[in-house]
Design a protein around this ligand. Structure first.
Ligand SMILES: [Zn+2]
Length: 143
């Protein structure tokens, strides 16, 4: 299936191709200190591909904290965080926010809390390589 999403003002849009068709979309309510504050709930398809389109790059703030291995794409116009990327061994992996989905039946979402606190760096990166979207294209215009 093809899933579209965006921040509230539309500056950051994504299109996620999820193959094969998911019976259920896992939605991980992250309990890290940042996601607790903004209500981050993430999903990814390890066999999928993602295209992110940024209309104005100057209106995107990338925020990193902790291990600084993930970049949260924060729209600086509307404040929504639709995408997170992580560069591992030269490849960009990503997860997307289910809260930014458009036109997806909420009954498809299997929401569950997820805590990665205390996870070592090697374990964290290998988990992302296994679970995150491995095929990511980011197209941006503007300054
Ligand atoms: Zn926005």
């Amino acid at each position: 299936m093809q899933i579209s999403g965006s921040c509230h003002c539309g500056n950051i849009r994504f299109s996620l191709r999820w193959e094969p068709e998911p019976p259920r979309i896992p939605a991980r309510a992250c309990t890290c200190s940042f996601c607790t504050k903004h209500g981050g709930v993430w999903t990814s398809c390890p066999t999928g591909s993602l295209k992110v389109t940024v209309a104005d790059r100057s209106l995107v703030s990338t925020y990193a904290f902790g291990t600084k291995t993930a970049d949260f794409y924060v729209c600086s116009r509307c404040g929504v965080v639709p995408v997170v990327t992580s560069r591992i061994d030269g490849r960009v992996y990503a997860v997307v926010s289910v809260n930014a989905f458009e036109g997806v039946d909420p009954a498809l979402l299997g929401r569950a809390p997820a805590s990665f606190d205390g996870e070592g760096l090697d374990h964290r990166l290998s988990r992302r390589k296994r679970n995150w979207i491995p095929d990511v294209e980011i197209v941006s215009s503007g300054a």
